[in-house]
Design a protein around this ligand. Structure first.
Ligand SMILES: C[S@@+](CC[C@H](N)C(=O)[O-])C[C@H]1O[C@@H](n2cnc3c(N)ncnc32)[C@H](O)[C@@H]1O
Length: 192
């Protein structure tokens, strides 16, 4: 995402080192050691990718921003990262034990979120968990809400029912956890 090339330095300072870590580690704890995890919209890799790596898993980052990937490589030199679009994952079918996406989906309109679900579902093994965050609201229409971050405009979209949308892509919604004012976490599992 081009905007993140412009704000990569600001983001590194503003992100904070704890948000999302407990939730990511809860997913990590469901898995056998050395599981293969895809971090979708991994950003600079801190703190989510880093926490998963430190938990003993093989993590691969995917992000569309060259600036964020450059910082990822500096932060986590031993961890692979791929520049690409989450709507068209470049990885093989059924090749990941889990996927996590913190703070990416809300940048995308509904049709693009559906493409991400299709793309992530395709690369997950059967039964694999996928944890993502999305907008906290559940009643916005497709016009979404416009916000700004460090002077860059973003469009935040909500999806009325993630349970329905994810099911279209064989991702069964098994838990919703709200961190008020921060994120809503959706835990799904690849069903077939
Ligand atoms: C709010 S940041 C979150 C970064 C990281 N997950 C974290 O926890 O700090 C959103 C990230 O999603 C990436 N992104 C946005 N749209 C994307 C897309 N379609 N494909 C891949 N990455 C995308 C951005 O480049 C940015 O690095």
């Amino acid at each position: 995402m081009r905007e993140y090339d412009l704000i990569a330095d600001w983001y590194a300072n503003d992100r904070g080192g704890s948000v999302g870590v407990a939730e990511a580690l809860a997913v990590a704890a469901m898995l056998p050691a050395h599981s293969r995890i895809l971090d979708v919209g991994c950003g600079n890799g801190v703190p989510i990718t880093e926490a998963l790596v430190n938990a003993g898993h093989r993590v691969i980052g995917l992000d569309s921003s060259a600036g964020m990937i450059a910082r990822f490589r500096a932060n986590l030199p031993g961890t692979p990262v791929v520049r690409g679009d989450a709507r068209a994952s470049p990885f093989a079918d059924n090749s990941f034990d889990a996927a996590i996406s913190w703070g990416m989906m809300f940048h995308l309109p509904r049709r693009d979120q559906a493409s991400v679900f299709a793309s992530v579902s395709r690369v997950l093994k059967q039964g694999a968990p996928f944890l993502f965050t999305a907008a906290e609201i559940d009643s916005a229409d497709d016009a979404g809400i416009t916000g700004t971050m460090n002077g860059v405009t973003f469009h935040y979209y909500a999806v009325a029912s993630y349970r329905t949308l994810t099911m279209e892509f064989d991702l069964t919604l098994i838990d919703i956890h709200d961190d008020p004012g921060v994120s809503t976490y959706y835990l799904t599992r690849k069903s077939s």
